[in-house]
Design a protein around this ligand. Structure first.
Ligand code: ADP
Ligand code: TRP
Length: 321
């Protein structure tokens, strides 16, 4: 069983990324083979500053390692270190109907947010399919928003295999962790950097505390019972707190007599403590600048071996070698 996932280095990672993508990836490295990468080619669809791209890619690598990615267990590399993925993306694009991409929500969403509608942004799902298929991946842990991209990937496998023979590409499956498929942001919408509603995983204590205090609540008075349905503080607290503490907060919501400020304080403490070991590991990694580069270089060498096996098979099948 081979698990593969990618993370775009486009800004500071947040709690939604952690529960939706990173934690499942770290857990899955204990089972079967784990292939994880930093999707810097993808980030180029929105980042046109070279220094920013390079720094973000390093930052995400550092964060992922701090969160428990173990380079002894998982192959970890930077997408652009294996440019062969672009060749596979081209091959896939030759069988990819325009309609399939025109239906993709993420393209429409990004354009409606003001991102320039480039060819790369439109073809984003094809490159993502190439990422997955270049490594004969079986399962892909991602958040719900990526489900449609996995469907595109599967359609492309079926088309390639119909045209060039069964077994040319391996059919992957999305793995979407139910409980954390949609971590809410400060305003209750899906937490996303595009909505400016994120709680970052790492950062300075004071601004992060302020961020927690900014969570949107209703206007219930201290003495009132508070609605638990769709309560953002509760949903986030559930991710960080022990079960008993979470149950206590639910009971306190229902009883009334405690204000939102106190609930936010409890959430803050649980959140800050939850990431404490990872924050410490991050500090250690920061003190050893060569380490991250070395991990990524080793990972790229291992990933390339796998990529070449698959690409050789595909080139032969389509008739270019
Ligand atoms: P953003 O929405 O902030 O741009 P990305 O699209 O870069 O985040 O997502 C990176 C990974 O984190 C993806 O696998 C995505 O599904 C997951 N993810 C992002 N936001 C959330 C969220 N709010 N809840 C669960 N998973 C999320
Ligand atoms: N599109 C994914 C995101 O925005 C990142 C990504 C790129 C990815 N290639 C991938 C995820 C391959 C899983 C597999 O989060």
């Amino acid at each position: 069983m081979r698990t593969l996932t990618g993370l775009q280095p486009s800004g500071t990672l947040h709690v939604g990324n952690y529960f939706g993508a990173m934690r499942p990836a770290v857990q899955l490295q204990e089972e079967g083979e784990a292939f994880y990468f930093i999707a810097d080619y993808h980030a180029m669809t929105t980042t046109h500053d070279s220094d920013e791209l390079r720094e973000n890619a390093r930052g995400v690598a550092l964060d992922f390692l701090a969160c428990g990615l173990d380079p002894e267990k998982a192959v970890f590399w930077k997408q652009s270190d294996i440019p062969e993925v672009c060749e596979l993306a081209w091959i896939l694009s030759t069988v990819c109907p325009m309609g399939l991409l025109q239906r993709c929500h993420s393209y429409k969403d990004k354009v409606s947010q003001g991102i320039a509608p480039s060819h790369a942004l439109f073809a984003y799902p094809v490159l993502m399919a190439a990422d997955i298929l270049l490594f004969d991946s079986n399962q892909v842990p991602v958040g719900e928003d990526q489900k449609q991209h996995l469907e595109v990937t599967r359609d492309l496998v079926i088309k390639i295999n119909e045209s060039y023979g069964e077994g040319t590409l391996v059919l992957p499956e999305a793995l979407i962790p139910e409980a954390v498929a949609r971590v809410p942001g400060l305003d209750g919408q899906k937490m996303s950097k595009s909505y400016n509603n994120t709680l970052p995983m790492f950062g300075e204590e004071k601004p992060l505390r302020k961020t927690v205090m900014r969570i949107v609540t209703d206007s219930a008075a201290v003495e009132d019972p508070k609605p638990t349905e769709g309560a953002i503080i509760l949903e986030l607290y559930k991710l960080f707190a022990m079960e008993g503490d979470y149950d206590q907060m639910v009971a306190d919501y229902q009883a009334g007599g405690i204000g939102y400020g106190d609930f936010k304080k409890r959430l803050w403490e649980a959140y800050w403590e939850f990431f404490a070991p990872m924050r410490q590991r991050r500090e250690e990694l920061l003190a050893d600048p060569g380490y991250v580069d070395q991990v990524l270089a080793n990972g790229a060498a291992r990933a390339r071996e796998e990529a070449n096996k698959v690409l050789t098979r595909v080139r032969k099948a389509v008739g270019i070698r």
